[in-house]
Design a protein around this ligand. Structure first.
Ligand code: NDP
Length: 292
């Protein structure tokens, strides 16, 4: 078997086009422009790239982008004061504080100071609780993008066996909640899981969110399973700097029914979902119907 490649790049372009259409009609009919504020503290090179990309794509779909770049030595008090201003700014519908924050800042405290209705990353404790109890919430962008691709590929996920490798708050745990919400039987694996290959071999859906280059080989994959590779790992190969996932793509693609590539799979969906979340937040704030 050779797997169908799930094209996250094309899917994300489609999501962005739908968001752009909705934004255009919001402007025309209601005179409202959704706004996303991104706060970057310090000069982490990867974070700078993400923030630039988020700002560019926000403007491309017709939304307002507000970037706040703060010095690495910014005090917690000043950062909390900025979040408070953004919480109270009616032109800002979504707020994202880029993680990781410099060590002297308490990430939990800062994230939980964001108005949950504007928490487009879905990391606020209220949104985590709402998601866990199956209530309307802001859903973390990366798992949301994975779920959208899975639904698009399978239609219903009901009754499928899903294994999520990784239990982080930003990917693994919310991914498991979303799959449970879609009536999968979910196993969450992590660094202490016994017999990981056997656990993975049982799965109809494998979501790998580990951060270890090509850790999941093809012979762990049940024939015909769908593989979603969240990992983004930069490695040196043949003297070149390349990006690889947490799954060994070449071997897994021989066994899987469908697979996301790295790059071009989950990655592009994350920002597309951030824009979709900002649009949703804007519609909710204005009492308007939410996008589908
Ligand atoms: P974390 O480091 O926070 O979590 C990694 C998880 O993997 C942990 O739960 C850890 O287990 C588990 N793990 C580590 N080693 C093993 C192992 N040998 N066997 C089984 N499980 C293991 O990472 P993130 O969740 O933040 O990110 C995961 C990956 O996804 C990274 O490559 C990251 O770059 C990528 N990513 C991609 C995004 C995108 O937009 N495409 C967005 C976010 C992340 P334990 O808890 O026991 O330590």
């Amino acid at each position: 078997m050779v797997a169908k490649v799930i094209d996250g790049k094309a899917f994300a372009a489609n999501v962005r086009a739908q968001v752009a259409d909705h934004v255009a009609s919001l402007k025309k009919t209601n005179g409202i422009t959704p706004g996303l504020a991104v706060v970057l503290v310090g000069e982490d090179p990867a974070s700078q790239v993400y923030v630039r990309s988020k700002g560019k794509q926000t403007v491309e779909v017709g939304m307002n982008s507000y970037e706040h770049k703060l010095d690495a030595s910014t005090s917690e008090e000043d950062l909390l004061a900025l979040v408070d201003r953004l919480n109270n700014d009616p032109d800002v519908h979504g707020i994202l504080v880029q993680l990781p924050l410099p060590k002297h800042l308490n990430e939990d405290l800062v994230i939980n100071s964001i108005d949950p209705a504007k928490d487009v990353d879905g990391f606020h404790i209220s949104n985590v609780g709402l998601l866990g109890t199956g209530q309307k919430s802001m859903v973390p962008c990366t798992p949301l993008g994975c779920l959208m691709m899975l639904r698009n590929h399978h239609g219903s996920l009901s009754g499928m066996d899903a294994v999520v490798i990784g239990r982080s708050n930003i990917v693994g745990k919310p991914m498991a909640q979303l799959l449970l919400g879609d009536s999968c039987t979910v196993t969450i694996a992590h660094s202490r899981t016994k017999d990981l290959p056997d656990v993975v071999r049982r799965a109809d859906i494998v979501v790998a969110a580990v951060g270890r280059p090509e850790m999941v080989p093809g012979d762990w994959i049940k024939p015909g399973a769908t593989v979603i590779d969240v990992g983004i790992n930069r490695i040196e190969r043949d003297g070149k700097n390349v990006l690889v996932g947490d799954v060994h793509y070449e071997s897994a693609a021989q066994t899987a029914g469908a697979i996301t590539p790295v790059p071009g799979g989950v990655g592009p969906m994350t920002i597309a979902c951030l824009l979709a979340n900002t649009l949703t937040a804007c519609c909710r704030a204005n009492g308007l119907p939410e996008p589908e």
